[in-house]
Design a protein around this ligand. Structure first.
Ligand code: SER
Length: 314
């Protein structure tokens, strides 16, 4: 049985991962941590305030609860990181090296996500291979590539059981994403329900990979449970469900809300980031090494998002 410390538990991934992990491993075996406490929130298991730049506190919590795994999610996303690059470096790299150190010293299994942001303009854009050129031009991308290498290093050098994926844009309705380039693919559904129209900050024709949160959560559990002898790669597996542009979401929404309307007011900062990322990535290494497979396509994502958000906003 696993006992897992999760950082960034209040974030877009963390909020749902905690629920999923508690249903798989039991409430008391999942230690949720975040820099933010949410008032009034009912906790179904242990929660601790944690700033991931505080190495001592990470060790303290990991030891107190005798965890055997860390899932490190706390990080600034791409658009926020571009606004405050030095802070992003401090939080993204500081948090990673601190949690890796805890994993090394306390002999813990370790998961952290990388991203499609780890690719750059010189990376092959279509069906981007697992192993390819990575020269990202954003601070977030620099952090992600350094993070992938650091996780490989801790495995090779110290034998830490590090594992990870490169997530595409994640679509979900529980907690909002904060400061990412792919956030439009979440906002569009809220606005479709609220006002039947959306103004996209990403231009028409800009393809990026996306995936529905239930598939992302399943991928994390599956990879962490995977037989290590089958893993040729360990960190930074490409995984994706769909490659889509804003019009694809608009059309999918129109099949449920026929008078939904999309317009464009492009944000140059986020557009530049999106243009530097792949149009689609190749997930075949994840499929071959640990059986990754997404269940949701753009239509089933759209149907579920619209139903759930309509229920939430009622
Ligand atoms: N969704 C993330 C972002 O847009 C990509 O990892 O920053």
């Amino acid at each position: 049985m696993k006992k897992i410390l999760v950082t960034g538990a209040r974030g877009q991934i963390g909020s749902e991962l905690i629920t999923k992990l508690r249903s798989v491993y039991g409430n008391d075996n999942i230690i949720a941590t975040d820099i933010r406490a949410v008032e009034g929130e009912v906790e179904e298991g242990p929660f601790e305030i944690l700033d991931v730049t505080d190495e001592k506190r990470i060790f303290e919590i990991a030891k107190n609860y005798q965890v055997d795994t860390i899932m490190h999610l706390a990080a600034l996303l791409s658009a926020t990181a571009e606004k405050m690059p030095k802070t992003a470096w401090d939080i993204n790299m500081g948090g990673l090296v601190n949690t890796l150190e805890a994993a090394r010293e306390l002999n813990l299994q370790f998961f952290t996500p990388s991203s499609i942001g780890a690719f750059g303009p010189s990376t092959p854009k279509v069906q981007t291979p697992q192993d390819t050129l990575q020269r990202p031009t954003t601070m977030y991308g620099v952090n992600k590539v350094a993070g992938e290498l650091l996780c490989d290093y801790y495995y090779e050098r110290f034998g830490v059981d590090t594992r990870g994926v490169r997530f595409p844009g994640l679509i979900s309705y529980v907690a909002p994403p904060g400061g990412g380039t792919t956030d439009y693919a979440v906002e569009i559904y809220y606005e479709a329900i609220r006002q039947k129209s959306y103004t996209s900050y990403i231009a028409e024709g800009t393809y990026m990979d996306m995936m529905y949160m239930p598939d992302a959560l399943e991928a994390i559990v599956q990879l962490m449970e995977a037989d290590p002898s089958k893993l040729v790669h360990r960190n930074a597996f490409n995984i994706s469900a769909i490659s889509a542009e804003p019009m694809d979401f608009a059309k999918a929404i129109q099949s449920y809300i026929p008078d939904f309307d999309i317009s464009f007011d492009v944000d140059p900062v986020r557009q530049k980031i999106a243009d530097s990322w792949p149009n689609s990535i190749d997930s075949s290494a994840a499929e071959a090494e640990w059986g990754y497979k997404a269940k949701y396509d753009i239509d089933s994502i759209t149907k579920d998002m619209l139903e759930k958000i309509a229920g939430k906003l009622r």
